[in-house]
Write a new protein. Structure first.
Length: 63
């Protein structure tokens, strides 16, 4: 029950801070109790090739 209350507390805190959209994911890669935030800066998905600038099909300038 403590973990559920922790999540509710986190969501309440974020909504009071004015966060209007959230995507919550769990991760086994983070240590317990640790959180990370990612911000959306446009129409592309957070972490996508467009958002990170790592386009897989980008043609390099010919020299």
């Amino acid at each position: 029950m403590d973990q559920t209350q922790d999540v509710i507390r986190m969501l309440d805190t974020m909504t009071r801070a004015g966060v209007g959209r959230m995507k919550v994911e769990t991760s086994m890669a983070l240590e317990e109790g640790r959180t990370e935030k990612a911000y959306h800066h446009g129409r592309c998905d957070v972490g996508s090739p467009f958002a990170t600038g790592n386009l897989f099909d980008l043609e390099e300038d010919a020299e």
